[in-house]
Write a protein that binds this ligand. Sequence first.
Ligand SMILES: Nc1ncnc2c1ncn2[C@@H]1O[C@H](COP(=O)(O)OP(=O)(O)OP(=O)(O)O)[C@@H](O)[C@H]1O
Ligand SMILES: [Mg+2]
Length: 140
Amino acid sequence: MRLNFNIEGGDFTKAGSASSQVKKTLKQINVSPTIIKRVVVALYEAEVNIVAHAFRGNISVDIEPEQVHVQLTDEGPGIPDIDRAMQKGFSTASPKVREMGFGAGMGLSNIRDNVDTFKITSEVNKGTTLDMTVLISDNQ
Ligand SMILES: Nc1ncnc2c1ncn2[C@@H]1O[C@H](COP(=O)(O)OP(=O)(O)OP(=O)(O)O)[C@@H](O)[C@H]1O
Ligand SMILES: [Mg+2]
């Protein structure tokens, strides 16, 4: 099953809508709560990053029997130094974004901690792509 979402940069009213839709779908097909939580936490952080830092983006979620694969692509400023962006506490969030309660610089490391595979690529002045997979196994 594949779900697809378009994300508008700056629109915090809809931030979280993709992750709640995915949560609903995973519940319906009886994926375990532990796995659902990991997918939803990672997707929520990645979704908010597009809203907070990029102009617009697309999220594609592939739900397969053994794994959930998510790809997020955005058009935006890109990330000049990914290693630095991954560090806990690093943030370039604007004052407006901080007012909304974001900008702790924890999102990317939180994503990495919740997924089984994680790959981020970015081109400055073009955009960012994030690929991540959460494995669904019987013993979780
Ligand atoms: N999609 C993106 N486009 C451009 N820059 C990004 C994107 N995602 C992350 N970044 C950059 O990486 C930094 C770290 O991201 P991270 O999600 O860890 O923290 P944050 O979004 O600043 O704060 P938090 O997620 O804790 O609310 C961001 O401040 C921003 O500079
Ligand atoms: Mg973030």
